[in-house]
Ligand binder design. Structure first.
Ligand SMILES: Cc1cc2nc3c(=O)[nH]c(=O)nc-3n(C[C@H](O)[C@H](O)[C@H](O)COP(=O)(O)OP(=O)(O)OC[C@H]3O[C@@H](n4cnc5c(N)ncnc54)[C@H](O)[C@@H]3O)c2cc1C
Length: 511
């Protein structure tokens, strides 16, 4: 093994390595490098860019968000909103008091137009009725947090049970009832995108209400989300970021001495894929839960305590992808914001057993009309779960053809021109993410999130902190979001600063 860069720089002081340059790692680094005691700080990032699951790309003559899209709950209680405002990255509308006060309760806006697979538009009145029913059930599914017992293990089972109860009271003809169920299935598919899961049957009911929705109407970054992580990165000293440095193994609980460290000893050694290593006193680990799940058996030496490893295995982490379609001319109305696609042969009460090759498109929830392009006309589709992971295995051409067929069918226009181009995310195949974001899976609870967030060694009295855990999956109430990730990075930076301050106090003033 060879030492990593900059080992000999600066005087004595704790060496801190942050693994991962997403918003959690960058946020932690920004806080740490402002502290006078932290003289050796490196952020090791596996890829050639910072931002992680915040990823804005120049495309279609504008910017598209391949990863995080909105600031969820943009108001003063949201640190991503505050930081974005401080950096001047938001527009007047996003910053307005009025926008900050809007309380959506986490409900997704209803569509401007709803297409059914028969080629007919669905009455928006029916969509609104089903939207109200669906979100009343979702609100109720958040009420079991403090209940002695949840009636069923998963959100999906709860919703199905309640939908069945409602269906029993429906009096319309069979066709309308089938359409209502198909609309509800679309709302369930939206929920899978929001939760980043294949099925709401995988999402635990009892802790579902612990996820906290902040006030504010979700907003986007006019110049791209990545402007935020770029600004945080630009505030770091120049030698802090180390790109294309995938970490292979974290050796901890030891007593390493490396040739170039003049007799100093380290409890942690961070070994990289390229053979470089970074000795450290403290490591803040921010890699996605999907990566941790895949590499759990080899990433830690010695292995993690059994309880923590078990929490990582059990916690939920799924896929939500975006598919951008560029059109020569819009086929939608100028004021259209959101196009819903309702598959009339689907129902939340029945499972479809069709082969993935034919059925994957049915998980697509519809499209957002992206407003921010001068001359291009771009739709952004969302798709979650195993169908989304299957989509990643197809070629661009196959995806484009499949979605052209869907759009021709639902608009009832077999001549609808095919999109000019397609661009999509592939978060499941991305080796340093292996999915999109975390959820609280059946068989787990917020306690597992806290267990994952617990630093090692577990008993700080016995040995000083060695590995600290941050990243969106470690935030008990804001998991799956950028603000949860940022807060988790700050939390671990503060934990370390507290330790360093108390050590400095014990040592007294340096003469
Ligand atoms: C499609 C999609 C849509 C989303 N939409 C929203 C949204 O609208 N609003 C919202 O708030 N959130 C959204 N999110 C979630 C949000 O993007 C994440 O919660 C947040 O960005 C996670 O930040 P993080 O720092 O915890 O992890 P990441 O951003 O994943 O950062 C971890 C970093 O670690 C690096 N890494 C991994 N393994 C290694 C290794 N072995 N060695 C070194 N480096 C490594 C990765 O390359 C990455 O840069 C979305 C996510 C996706 C995928």
């Amino acid at each position: 093994m060879e030492p990593g860069g900059g080992q000999g720089a600066a005087g004595r002081g704790p060496r801190v390595v942050v693994v991962g340059g997403g918003i959690a790692g960058l946020g932690a680094a920004q806080r740490l490098c402002r502290h006078p005691a932290v003289r050796h700080l490196r952020v090791l990032e596996a890829t050639a860019r910072a931002g992680g699951r915040i990823r804005s790309e120049r495309s279609f003559g504008g910017v598209v968000e391949v990863g995080a899209h909105w600031i969820h709950g943009p108001s003063q209680g949201n640190p991503v909103f505050r930081l974005a405002a401080q950096y001047g990255l938001l527009g007047d509308k996003e910053l307005s008091e009025e926008n900050q006060r809007i309380d959506t309760g986490g409900h997704v806006a209803l569509p401007s137009v709803s297409y059914a697979t028969s080629g007919e538009s669905v009455s928006l009145g029916l969509v609104v009725e089903m939207g109200h029913l669906y979100y009343s059930l979702i609100d109720r599914s958040r009420e079991f947090l403090r209940a002695a017992e949840a009636p069923v293990p998963s959100v999906g089972e709860f919703l199905r049970k309640e939908i069945r109860r409602h269906v029993a009271g429906w009096t319309e003809d069979e066709e309308t009832q089938k359409l209502k169920l198909a609309i509800l299935k679309n709302f369930l598919n939206i929920e899978c995108c929001v939760s980043g899961t294949h099925s709401m049957d995988l999402v635990a009911l009892a802790p579902f209400g612990e996820y906290t929705v902040l006030p504010g109407l979700d907003c986007t970054f006019p110049g791209g989300y990545q402007g935020l992580t770029d600004r945080i990165m630009a505030s770091l000293p120049p030698d802090v970021m180390v790109f294309e440095k995938p970490v292979k193994t974290i050796h901890w609980n030891s007593n390493f001495q490396v040739a170039e460290s003049h007799g100093e000893r380290f409890t942690v050694l961070v070994e990289c894929e390229d053979g470089h290593y970074f000795p450290a006193h403290h490591v803040i680990l921010t890699v996605p839960l999907g990566f941790l799940k895949e590499h759990l058996d080899t990433f830690f030496r010695p292995p993690l305590p059994a309880e923590k490893a078990e929490a990582i295995r059990k916690m939920g982490f799924g896929t939500n992808n975006k598919i951008f379609l560029e059109f020569e001319e819009p086929f939608w109305e100028p004021d259209c914001e959101h196009i819903q696609v309702v598959w009339e042969d689907t129902s939340p009460l029945e499972d479809t057993a069709a082969p993935m090759q034919d059925a994957w498109v049915k998980k697509l929830i519809g499209f957002l009309v992206l407003p921010s392009f001068e001359s291009a006309h771009v739709l952004c589709g969302f798709i979650a779960g195993l169908e989304s992971e299957f989509m990643e295995t197809l070629s661009d051409e196959e995806v484009l053809q499949a979605l052209t067929r869907v759009l021709r069918r639902v608009t009832g226009n077999p001549q609808l021109p095919a999109p000019k181009s397609v661009l999509r995310s592939r978060w499941h195949s991305a080796p340093y993410s292996r999915g999109s974001y975390s959820y609280v899976a059946v068989g787990t609870s917020g306690d597992d999130i806290d267990l994952l967030a617990q630093p090692l060694p577990a008993d700080p009295e016995k040995a000083p902190l060695q590995i600290l855990f941050a990243g969106e999956a470690t935030h008990r109430t804001f998991y799956s979001t950028t603000h949860g990730a940022l807060l988790s990075g700050w939390r671990e930076a503060d934990r370390l600063i507290e330790l360093l301050d108390s050590e400095a106090q014990l040592q007294g003033p340096r003469l």
